[in-house]
Design a protein around this ligand. Sequence first.
Ligand code: PMP
Length: 398
Amino acid sequence: MDNRYAWMDEEWARLESMSQARQIRSVESILDERGAWIRIAGRDLLNLSSNNYLGLAQDPRLKEAATRAIEIWGAGAAASRLVHGSCALYAQLEHRLAEWKQRESALVFANGYVANTGVISALVGRGDAVFSDRLNHASIVDGIVLSRAEHYRYRHGDSEHLEHLLKKHGDARRKVIVTDTIFSMDGDTAPLVELVNLRDQYGALLMVDEAHAGGVLGERGEGLCHELGLQDEVDVIMGTFSKAFGSYGAYICADRSVIRYLTSKARSLIYSTALPPSVIASVHAALTIVQEDTGRRAGLRQKAGWFRERLRMRGFAVGEGDAPIIPVMIGDNERALHYSRKLEERGVAAVAIRPPTVPAGTARIRLTVTATHTEDELEWAAVQLCAIRDERGEGRSR
Ligand code: PMP
């Protein structure tokens, strides 16, 4: 009998041979109230792979808010937002988000992936052009593909290259420049001032993805736009609740015209069920902490900077910036996988990030610091990395 799935097996084997096959690992339990330690395959691991930057995913205030909302509103929203699935908690949250971001309006989406795909495909279509940083998140890339607009990728963080492309394709009907603010796999930041200038000069719209900067940068955790005083300059600010907020979901903040338009045009908003009220309630609790707990945010930045420096001192190539995302550059896929497996054997959960998530030849161990990690834990993880490098007989990479 012929095997209808043979082509899938072949493709999987090809990925496996390039160390690019992926596997979902089950977290058996979360071992402490900080969420810093998890158990996988019977092993207790220091978790350096979550985006739980402020340590809020286990926070009792979020859990309590979610539990209370379930009591009041039930387990699910039962309909899309436009079909009465939008409980009062949504409107309250959108009001608070707009106030926080100092923008006219906000709109909550189910998650960051569908916010990006829904918004981009609503903003542009055939005959339009999107200018996108080469290292932007996959959800931005997929939004552009879905939109059917022309996709021009500029070199990472390179505004001169962006300008060259804007000039070259100046005849497009509508133009959108889009960028992550903190890049998810590198932890560096976009040159926003220059992007705003180019937006003005070439009559484009500017959209930014603050997924990793929300809660982390800015006086009240607003993100990079606020940190640079550009909150009024960016046309569409997108962010998520799945990282520093410790919950789930995403939002767009923009002028009223933009939000009104997106509410009627973003298909991922229109044709998908609203998030459960418990999720929205936990985001309310998280937003209060994000806005008020400046000490936690300062501690995170201090710790992330300190850890990056400790790794750099030991000769690891760890990229620039002070974000809690620290890429330990390895290069080869197989070698990155080896480091990740050995780290796990030694008690550290840190994943190997490989192509196509990152460009070929730039596989890495992506370490993420959270506000609840202790310096002793981070130092211990650095020692484990060094021990693996020594076992392999490798020298310093910088
Ligand atoms: N944008 C960026 C920059 C991200 O890193 C991610 C998540 N990894 C997303 C969007 C998607 O967000 P979500 O996980 O909420 O779908």
